[in-house]
Design a protein around this ligand. Structure first.
Ligand code: GBH
Length: 452
């Protein structure tokens, strides 16, 4: 129920969806319970030196046992939707082959509990926790096929109640960061050729996943993905720099979103990679270019770009060291990224529906003596980003919903528990959840359907 009288002038269009996002390995815990098989993130986090303080997702937020409590937190916020991911190896401990019925049961219970509380589930099939048992991981083309089979199974078993699916989350994080930089699981540092092949298997998995979902869900099921497209903000809002930002968006996302949207690798990318370009088999590009019902954008921070006379016609401006950032140094605060992130991709590719599938930030949250967490920096971050999203929505860009990252403090990958992204504070000793000031802010915003 949207209020008709927002206290600010910044009301969102009626029907705008508000939600929170999480991911399985970051919140569930119960890593070895009820037949779950290990994922590459279990292996990686248990390898000395790979995560902050050797933190692992063994317990995380224990949401596997506390999901009902977490759904009550969502309900108290008044959200209409919740984006969460399925742990592939909880359902198929070996990635392929035999089902773990208790794994599927868990997600059935989560979906039913959400629906009973009036919250619409949005499911991500893959948020980086690849089953460890799949030989060669994303280096092996068979993994893309295994993903298609897994997608078909989930589609078949959940689409009676779930109407929105995302195939994968953030290609660059499970391909380049895992296989080229080695900072994420599985921690490899491959050369360009094999690393580009890993990228190809990632987007192929998405494509096969879309095809499998289409074939195994009722028509009308909405299928998309969640992608951290690089966002380029023009240094000034003038025509030449706006065009430069668009060119940068196309080239700066070449092997991922651009290839999905155009159904082929851009010539510029193939020329640049030359002998290291990925090997493509017949049918791959057709799958990869599958039509999507929506594109989900995970947006935290952009790059500034200006027009220039170089062959590509743009230059990215590096941030000076004085540029302000949140608790995670990579989150440089540039709220316009929510506007330009949406505008650039819609102007380029005429996408019919956009969701912000993640936006949020880390903060050095510390409970005060009364136990309150006054995360005024997170509130500042949210208010300013939402103001720019409001601009996109009111200019007619098809923004359908917004998912705040994250519902809870959780396992922040290589940063372990040292970075808190939640609007609920989690005491990682007692696992108690406490709403932060930002939760109160978000609840009010949702109630008014307006920036407050
Ligand atoms: C998203 O990743 C993820 O989808 C989500 O799981 C995650 O919790 C959330 O955002 C917050 O991070 O430290 O300079 O080496 C965002 C993509 C990739 C951004 C890794 C930070 C490390 C930068 N992230 N990157 S640095």
């Amino acid at each position: 129920v949207w209020s008709q009288t927002p206290s600010s002038g910044l009301a969102f269009p009626k029907g705008m969806l508000w939600g929170c996002a999480t991911a399985a390995y970051q919140i569930e815990g119960a890593a070895a319970e009820d037949g779950r098989g290990p994922s590459v993130w279990d292996t990686f986090s248990h390898t000395p030196g790979k995560t902050h303080d050797g933190d692992t997702g063994d317990v995380a937020d224990d949401s596997y046992h506390r999901y009902k409590e977490d759904i009550q937190l969502l309900k108290a916020l008044g959200v209409s939707t919740y984006r969460f991911s399925i742990s592939w190896s909880r359902v198929f401990p070996n990635g392929t082959g035999s089902l773990n019925p208790k794994g599927l049961d868990y997600y059935n219970r989560v979906v039913d509990e959400l629906l009973a509380n009036g919250i619409t589930p949005y499911i991500t099939l893959f948020h980086w926790d690849l089953p460890q048992a799949l030989p060669g991981g994303w280096q092996n083309r068979d993994t893309s096929k295994a993903f298609g089979d897994y997608a078909a199974f989930i589609g078949k078993h959940l689409s009676d109640r779930v109407k929105h699916f995302m195939t994968t989350n953030e290609f660059v994080c499970f391909t380049d960061l895992g296989y080229r930089d080695g900072r994420f699981a599985p921690g490899l540092k491959l050369a360009d050729g094999p690393a580009n092949q890993v990228r190809h298997h990632g987007i192929l998995a998405h494509g096969l996943g879309v095809q499998a979902l289409r074939a195994n869900t009722p028509s009308g099921t909405q299928i998309g993905l969640a992608e951290n497209a690089n966002v380029f903000v023009p240094v000034m809002e003038t025509e030449e720099h706006i065009k430069a930002a668009q060119r940068a968006t196309r080239i700066g996302n070449a092997p991922f979103l651009t290839t999905l949207m155009e159904g082929k690798y851009p010539e510029e990318y193939l020329r640049h990679e030359d002998a290291n370009a990925p090997k493509v088999e017949p049918g791959d590009m057709e799958a990869i270019g599958s039509k999507l019902d929506f594109v989900g954008l995970n947006i935290y921070t952009p790059s500034y770009v200006r027009a220039d006379n170089s062959p590509l016609g743009f230059a990215v401006e590096p941030a000076p060291t004085s540029y302000p950032h949140m608790a995670s140094p990579w989150i440089q605060i540039a709220p316009e990224c929510l506007y330009w992130g949406v505008r650039n991709v819609v102007d380029l590719w005429k996408i019919p529906a956009i969701y912000i599938t993640e936006n949020g930030c880390s903060s050095d949250d510390v409970p005060n003596t009364a136990g309150h967490i006054e995360d005024t920096d997170r509130v500042m971050y949210l208010r300013n980003h939402l103001t720019h999203l409001h601009r996109a929505a009111t200019e007619g860009y098809p923004v359908k919903g917004y998912f705040l990252w994250s519902l809870l403090d959780n396992f922040e990958w290589a940063d372990g528990y040292s970075k808190r992204f939640g609007i609920h504070y989690v005491d990682f000793k007692t696992l108690t959840r406490t709403p932060k000031q930002s939760a109160e802010y978000y609840r009010q915003m949702i109630a008014e359907n307006a920036v407050v």
